[in-house]
Write a protein that binds this ligand. Structure first.
Ligand code: PSU
Ligand code: MN
Length: 305
């Protein structure tokens, strides 16, 4: 029977030979970054991996088929076309309709795991939104990582979220969270949040060993590696706080809800900061891609030994 998803030739070869592969999401390209920087970013993230001997597997649904690894035309499509923001629940609907979608962290993780990809780099995970006790708005990124064996490198979660509630939910869902070189959970544009982590790791090898132990002892959940942006690259905290306060007011006034909330806040914040938040967003994403390359390389040596 043919597979319900398509694995590109370079990704299939790398997986077969046990060489390192890193998954990349497409919602950040399609709905998280403005054009034309989004296209440059998508190409750059892939190139950062290639430069490190790692095969990129950018994931998206094109014409109904989940793709694991895009060719140049596929990368152009996720950057240029208007396509749906697709979480896990949207996948069968897009497939049946033959429609395209940019995959969130949740959908990317799900498809990557189906194909056997074990490491994934993103900017920031989704999480529990502020006010969730009224709106119930919690990203499916969290519940998906509870049942999906993939290691996600992320600069924590966006400070527009309720970080404390997000960490509590990850505890309930039994998703391990380790800080890379830190015991303080990062907050996306900022190196630190107000919240501490129980565990930190100092090397990519250590992450690979946790992955191996989890395969033996875990219940098939993911692992979050929280990778803070270096302090000298973080956004100015005072401007960050000012702009976020305005973004919340704007979102309330515009009445946005559901899956439109995250793209609305991100694009508002880019505009209101004159693009300064965008530069930090790109820096932290590059930083995560580079660390994911190291982890995938360590994983490939450990698992083929
Ligand atoms: N964080 C970013 N940029 C993004 C996202 C997160 O810095 O574009 C995207 C990711 O794809 C994540 C999604 O999975 O937002 C979460 O959306 P929601 O809150 O609707 O689940
Ligand atoms: Mn939501």
């Amino acid at each position: 029977m043919s597979q319900p998803f398509h694995v590109s030739e370079p990704v299939a070869a790398a997986l077969n030979e046990g060489r390192p592969v890193v998954a990349l999401e497409s919602t950040i390209i399609s709905h998280g970054l403005p054009r034309p920087r989004n296209f440059e970013a998508a190409q750059e993230f892939e190139q950062l991996l290639l430069d490190r001997g790692v095969t990129p597997a950018t994931i998206a649904v094109l014409d109904g088929v989940p793709q694991v690894g895009l060719d140049a035309e596929g990368v152009r499509r996720i950057a240029d076309e208007e396509m749906a923001k697709a979480s896990v629940r949207d996948l069968p609907i897009l497939a049946a309709a033959g429609a395209s979608g940019a995959t969130t962290v949740a959908a990317t993780a799900h498809i990557a795991a189906l194909a056997g990809v074990r490491v994934f780099a993103t900017g920031g995970l989704g999480g529990v939104h502020r006010g969730a006790s009224d709106t119930f708005d919690e990203s499916a990124d969290l519940t998906t990582l509870a049942v999906t064996p993939i290691t996600v490198v992320s600069a924590g979660v966006k400070s527009v979220l309720d970080i404390a509630a997000t960490l509590e939910r990850l505890e309930t869902l039994s998703v391990p969270v380790v800080g890379f070189g830190t015991r303080v959970f990062p907050s996306f544009w900022l190196t630190e949040s107000d919240f501490d982590l129980d565990w930190s790791v100092e090397s990519a090898d250590e992450v690979a060993r946790i992955m191996k132990s989890q395969d033996e002892l875990g219940h098939g959940q993911g692992i979050i590696v929280a990778n803070p942006i270096p302090r000298e690259q973080q956004w100015d905290p005072a401007e960050h706080d000012r702009v976020l306060a305005r973004a919340f007011t704007a979102a309330t006034e515009a009445g946005v809800h559901g899956k439109a909330v995250t793209p609305f806040l991100l694009s508002y914040i880019v505009e209101a900061s004159d693009g300064r938040s965008l530069e930090v967003n790109l820096d932290l994403a590059r930083n995560n891609v580079k660390l994911a390359a190291e982890i995938a390389t360590a994983w490939s040596s450990l698992s083929t030994r």
